[in-house]
Design a protein around this ligand. Structure first.
Ligand code: PRX
Length: 653
């Protein structure tokens, strides 16, 4: 996993608009969820939160006791400096303690918690009838075997291993086998090209690659081994031969590895970074993902959890692999896509495994909304209790659909704001405690102390809007950028000394709720008025014909910047001058005349990163007919770009 992909989203909004969203209806946590919740009231949340930020050493120290430490922390539990003017930025939780994350998520669960027979993963393949399951004991066994294979191939503590595999159990086995040996896994999403794989192998000088023969993604056959071969050839050409490549025969479903007898490797001594790019540490990351998983999804032993993210992204690392396993949870691991064999696939899987807690991205929700309610309501979904979202601000329209249709108005929605750099959730409701407001990530998680700053770096109190920052470290915070500490300090700590700067804009309403307005660097400035793209996009998506919208700034001789909107229509609607007029009217009414778009373009598809973020940088170029797009290697479907160039709006509408 490298540095986060492109982040699209925006900044501020007009002052007089502040408060508009805060007056939206709020939803109490469902009584069925509250009844058994770890945190059953807002008051209890506040007490725990206060203790977690006032006494972080004691709070996290108590949690650390539940884990296995080979040697405990000899010195102070927490030391840090967040202020560049006072010297080097550093964050040290439990300095000197030693552990192994694989041991904690497998051996500890099997031997101490006696959960060896519990199912760790229900695996659901691309085809609905292709399924398998794996218990904690079996997983441990396979991981031990495979770590032996890796060891025989010369992999030692600190070596880097690239993993390029689809969402199959062997991917989890491979990553945990690396962690067991103290090797660093660099997991490259299997949708990436040979070129991208080669770059990532070179970036972290991986000495070994683990890949798969081939897999189906929907109807498409992906010959992964061919791509891997191409990448290895490129690496060779660049003077970096990868020593060994292990291929898992997936379509043949052959056994992985060649080692015969299972044996256990000893726990590894020292915490080590597990990613290239953003550097996390084993101890802090483990505590944080385990704790956020427990509270944010209100985990109970009988739960069946399902996070749809690919393991190649941080969400998959934290909430497919490490967080659930550290809690001894049963999860679904899904290889396929939400639209194959039909658009009700997710809900049929929910029913099949009786999923209780479900976690996905707003982009998936908007995609499925387009097809109406029936594909959802066709299935019972009676097992669902908590529905999560992550990745970008969820527009209230999508939130309400998720709540009303998917959750049948009886589930808690947890809109979790966090970043690759934060390791786990930062702002989020707790399902049994927090009254929800559609579109707000609500309140800080335990140990998180947010503030909103103005341009001069002053902390704003009460209702306010500005830069979202964090005032003190939480255990999951990244420690540095791999090989480039200066960049770490410059990116996250220089702008406002004393604070970790998220790069996101944020508003706090009169009830203290936090509303992410989007990435600061994507702000719109129309005639001197700052507008948030999230807000304009929300207003567009509220129209029944619009499934998804992306708004970018466009040069304008008078206004400085005007709004250029890309809209994707729901099935069965036609793009017409009447629709354009209706959309403009809607924005005027919801936000004000200042936000009236000058251009609205029909966009059958939007350029997105493979993790689903809209690439506004590319859209800005399309609006300006500028074909110099820079690096587009992270675009999931490049064909949408030429399609959008061909249908640009040429005149103001
Ligand atoms: O802009 C915020 C947005 O996604 C960014 C982090 O992206 P990445 O590191 O790829 O991590 C994605 C998985 C955590 C943030 O800076 N973002 C993420 N979650 C939300 C969000 N914006 C609003 N609401 C969210 N729930």
């Amino acid at each position: 996993m490298g540095l986060p992909e492109e982040r699209g989203r925006t900044g501020s909004r007009e002052q007089e608009e502040a408060g508009a969203q805060s007056r939206v209806q709020s939803w109490s946590p469902p009584p069925e969820v509250t009844r058994s919740a770890h945190v059953p009231s807002l008051q209890r949340y506040r007490e725990l939160h206060r203790r977690s930020v006032e006494e972080p050493r004691e709070f996290w120290g108590d949690i650390a006791k539940e884990f296995y430490w080979k040697t405990s922390c000899p010195g102070p539990f927490l030391q840090y400096n967040f202020d560049v003017t006072k010297g080097k930025i550093f964050i040290e939780w439990m300095k000197g303690a030693t552990t192994n994350i694989c041991y904690n998520v497998l051996d500890r669960i099997v031997h101490e918690k006696k959960l060896g027979d519990k199912i760790a993963f229900y695996w659901e393949g691309n085809e609905p009838e292709e399924t398998t399951q794996i218990t904690y004991r079996e997983l441990l066994m396979q991981v031990c075997r495979f770590s032996n294979v890796l060891q025989k191939q010369g992999i030692r503590k600190g070596d880097r291993v690239a993993i390029y595999m689809p969402m199959i159990p062997e991917l989890v086995v491979a990553m945990l086998a690396c962690a067991r040996l103290g090797a660093l896994h660099s997991i490259v999403f299997a949708g990436f090209s040979a070129e991208s794989l080669c770059e990532r192998i070179l970036d972290s000088s991986c000495s070994l690659l683990i890949t798969t023969d081939a897999f189906y993604r929907g109807e498409k056959l992906v010959n992964l081994k061919e791509l891997a071969d191409e990448a290895l050839e490129k690496c060779r050409e660049k003077g970096f031969p990868v020593r060994c490549c292990i291929v898992v025969k997936h379509l043949g479903r052959a056994e992985m590895g060649t080692s015969d007898s299972p044996s256990q490797s000893p726990p590894i001594k020292r915490p080590c970074p597990d990613v290239q790019g953003v550097v996390h540490t084993v101890g802090g990351y483990m505590l944080y993902v385990a704790t956020t998983f427990k509270y944010v999804f209100d985990f109970h032993p009988e739960d069946v959890f399902w996070c749809t993210a690919d393991i190649g992204w941080i969400t998959g690392h934290s909430y497919v692999t490490y967080g659930p396993l550290a809690n001894g949870a049963t999860s679904v691991l899904f290889e396929g896509i939400p639209t194959y064999p039909d658009v009700s696939r997710l809900w049929s899987i929910v029913d099949k495994y009786k999923v209780t807690k479900f976690y996905t991205a707003p982009t998936a929700i908007r995609l499925l909304m387009k097809f109406g309610d029936e594909p959802v309501t066709r299935h019972s979904r009676a097992s669902l209790q908590v529905l999560g979202t992550v990745g970008e601000p969820i527009n209230p329209e999508a939130w309400l659909w998720y709540h009303r249709v998917v959750g049948a108005q009886r589930c808690s929605i947890v809109d979790t704001f966090w970043q690759t750099e934060t390791g786990g959730h930062m702002l989020t409701p707790l399902p049994g405690a927090t009254p929800m407001k559609p579109g707000s990530a609500t309140f800080p998680f335990f140990g998180v102390s947010p503030a909103i700053l103005n341009e001069s770096g002053e902390e704003l109190e009460g209702e306010a809007e500005g830069y979202l920052v964090f005032k003190q470290p939480w255990p999951g915070i990244m420690r540095t950028v791999y090989g480039n500490h200066e960049r770490f300090e410059a990116t996250y700590f220089k702008k406002f000394p004393g604070y970790y700067v998220t790069g996101d804009g944020c508003r706090r309403d009169q009830d203290g709720y936090y509303w992410i307005t989007g990435r600061i660097d994507d702000m719109l400035n129309v005639s001197g008025h700052l507008l948030s793209t999230a807000e304009v996009e929300s207003a567009l998506v509220e129209h029944e014909a619009i499934a998804e919208a992306a708004v970018v700034g466009h040069p304008h001789p008078v206004k400085g910047e005007c709004l250029y909107c890309f809209v994707t229509l729901c099935d069965g609607y036609i793009f017409s001058p009447t629709l354009i007029e209706e959309l403009k009217k809607q924005i005027r009414e919801k936000i004000g005349p200042i936000a009236t778009p000058d251009y609205i373009q029909n966009a059958p598809g939007l350029p997105k990163t493979r993790s689903g973020k809209i690439m506004r940088r590319v859209l800005r170029k399309i609006a300006q007919n500028d074909h110099d797009l820079g690096d587009t290697s992270t675009v999931a479907d490049p064909t949408v770009i030429s399609q959008l160039f061909n249908h640009r709006c040429l005149t103001i509408q």
